[in-house]
Design a protein around this ligand. Structure first.
Ligand code: BG6
Length: 484
């Protein structure tokens, strides 16, 4: 199962993503023998580090972010030999590209360009790669999110990179698709007819998708304040999870069959008017509070700026999918920083019984699909209460933890995705039309907020978000999972 030798070029090699995610993911896959010592990881950034300095920095990072693998000194040292550092300001016309040209001397090898840079640089970097004749038949381009800040900028980026790379060679990464729990939605749905039979408005009264984090913005304030939760998480990660959850069965697991079905979901999302945004979208920003055991400060204080920020750190959306499968089921999507728990999960709430023979009726059952922190399933079913006199019914929970059933090899979603890009398997990457359809749906929300037509509500750090998020569900007679 080992991949062919490859040259993997990372632009933005001193950044957080490279250090915390990409290099640790490579180290783990190297340790698992998924690639051999002939591979090259060519790291590019503007700083004038020597190769030794850079490798030392990488070694320190790996000990921190992949300690279980980096503790094997032999593996670590072999891995560090694959890492090459080339200082280069790739956006300057007069920069010297000769070191990179030399490093990429063999055009027959697989070549991946990973742009872990600001999206504003995507098109200029591709133009520079083309000018230096580095785009071979075997070259692939991996782009990090965000692809633009709205529909127009996303289209510009897609057009810009599309001049130099064919769509089939462009890999737009969404690390949520690399998560086992998200991919498992396919197995769960299309491998279990019993579940697939329930998978529609007939049996499911509503669906919740939550990606809650306890962290604040940390040191990413400059990026985050321009982005906010809607662009940072909702437009990409949550919509992708929604697609995997709601799509019809693809004809096969091929990249295009999968992506065609996901696209249909995005196109079937009920478009919003400004009035609908006001009724169906909640935006919030965290204030100081107790998060876990820690007293933490407000978003504004985290930014450390004097000016006030209108950026949302929380967003909840109520939407519908206009298909015969889902037309009668509201979908609630929410994400936020500094919330009560780190959890990524999906709740499918079953419809209540039409008539019950029992004197007491427990709340209708539900299926909870847990993606993080621990992957698992929980099926809440009505059961006879053995303790109670007479015949009483109450809910019982059938639990399955993936860790108990399987040996989980991929610790991080990047491990899977980086090697998929090398292998040339784009199934878990986003196609251009998906990105654009997502932005198209998000646009009216951005526009309504831009005109400040809906309030930005404060919520205390460590809570489950603004009070009106509860009301959003209460209107349908529903509760968020933590309130059930
Ligand atoms: C990233 C966002 O894409 O996803 C971050 O930019 C967020 O703001 C992160 O913290 C969450 O990822 P995960 O895998 O921890 O849920």
């Amino acid at each position: 199962n080992q991949v062919d030798p490859f040259d993997f070029v990372i632009f933005g090699a001193t950044g957080d993503l490279t250090m915390r995610k990409l290099l640790p993911a490579f180290l783990r896959r190297f340790h698992a023998k998924e690639f051999a010592d002939e591979a090259r990881i060519i790291c590019i950034a503007r700083s004038a580090h020597s190769e030794d300095d850079y490798r030392q920095q990488v070694s320190k990072t790996l000990r921190e972010f992949a300690p279980e693998t980096a503790k094997s000194t032999a593996t670590l040292n072999r891995f560090l030999k694959l890492v090459q550092y080339i200082p280069l300001d790739a956006t300057k016309a007069n920069s010297d590209w000769s070191d990179l040209e030399k490093a990429l001397a063999d055009p027959t090898r697989i070549r991946v360009f990973y742009l872990a840079t600001s999206p504003a640089l995507y098109s200029p970097l591709c133009a520079a790669l083309s000018k230096h004749d580095l785009i071979t038949d075997k070259a692939r381009l991996v782009l990090e999110k965000p692809i633009g800040v709205d529909f127009t900028t996303a289209t510009e980026i897609n057009d810009g990179v599309g001049k130099f790379f064919h769509e089939s060679a462009i890999y737009r990464i969404d690390h949520y698709l690399g998560k086992e729990g998200v991919q498992n939605l396919l197995a769960l749905r299309f491998g279990n007819p019993v579940l697939e039979k329930l998978w529609s408005s007939d049996a499911i009264s509503h669906v919740q998708i939550t990606a809650a984090e306890t962290v604040g913005v940390g040191t990413r304030g400059a990026y985050y304040d321009e982005s906010g939760a809607l662009r940072d998480m909702m437009q990409n990660h949550l919509l992708q999870v929604l697609c995997m959850l709601a799509m019809d069965a693809p004809a096969s697991l091929s990249a295009d069959d999968l992506r065609n079905e996901k696209l249909k979901v995005l196109n079937a999302l009920r478009p919003m008017t400004s009035e609908m945004v006001r009724q169906n979208v909640i935006r919030g920003q965290y204030t100081a509070g107790l998060c876990g055991q820690e007293n933490v400060c407000s978003y504004q204080d985290d930014l450390g700026k004097d000016r006030t920020s209108n950026t949302e750190t929380y967003v909840a959306i109520r939407t519908k999918i206009r298909t015969s499968r889902w037309g009668n089921t509201p979908f609630y999507l929410r994400t936020g920083k500094r919330m009560a728990a780190k959890t990524t999960e999906i709740v499918l709430q079953f419809r209540p019984q039409i008539w019950s023979i029992f004197s007491n009726t427990p709340s209708p059952g539900r299926l909870v699909i847990r993606i993080a922190p621990e992957e698992g399933l929980s099926l809440v079913l009505a059961s006879k209460d053995p303790g109670a006199g007479g015949f009483r019914v109450r809910n019982a929970d059938l639990q399955m933890l993936y860790n108990d059933q399987f040996n989980i090899t991929y610790r991080d979603s990047y491990e899977r995705l980086l090697l998929d890009a090398v292998r040339g398997n784009p199934a878990l990457f986003i196609r251009r039309d998906e990105v654009e359809a997502s932005w198209r749906w998000v646009e009216p929300i951005l526009a309504t907020w831009r005109e400040d037509l809906s309030p930005l509500e404060p919520y205390p750090a460590g809570s489950w978000g603004p009070a009106s998020a509860r009301i959003l569900l209460a209107r349908d007679g529903a509760l968020w999972h933590e309130d059930m």
